[in-house]
Design a protein around this ligand. Structure first.
Ligand code: ZN
Length: 146
């Protein structure tokens, strides 16, 4: 029987090895790029919106296992949400990984709760989410965690 920490590590390793929605969207409604110079993580997020809903979301980039797995799990959750629902989830996720809040309505994202014990990893975990926020809000500048 795996303990919870091992299970969480396995989920992160699996998403790092086989990232979901790792591709480019042709003619996306919105695109944003993010950088975490502290670790060298880079991510670009494309999304398509239609009828007030995020109908497709994808990412590209290179980075550590935490940043890649976080982006991968994020894309799985965001599809089908309204922009406001996505922004709410971004806030929840930031609260989870910083330890500021334990409200997390999406169970599969709990795998990142351990990140709050590793402050240097918080930027890795949140990079894709900051970038998603920029894409939703239409910010054109590259986001940096610094
Ligand atoms: Zn990283």
């Amino acid at each position: 029987m795996l303990d919870t920490r091992e299970l969480y590590q396995q989920v992160i390793l699996d998403h790092n090895r086989s990232p979901r929605n790792f591709r480019v969207i042709e003619n996306p409604s919105s695109h944003a790029e993010g950088n975490n110079p502290l670790c060298g993580d880079k991510v670009a997020v494309d999304l398509t919106m239609s009828g007030g809903v995020i109908t497709d979301v994808a990412f590209q980039g290179a980075g550590c296992a935490i940043s890649t797995a976080s982006a991968s799990l994020m894309t799985e959750q965001i599809k089908g949400m309204s922009p406001q629902e996505a922004l709410d989830l971004i806030d929840q996720f930031r609260g989870l990984v910083t330890g500021a809040s334990d409200t997390m309505n999406v169970a599969s994202l709990d795998v990142f709760s351990g990140v709050q014990n590793y402050p240097t990893r918080v930027k890795c975990a949140t990079l894709a989410w900051h970038t998603l926020r920029a894409a939703i809000e239409g910010t054109t500048d590259t986001i940096t965690t610094e």
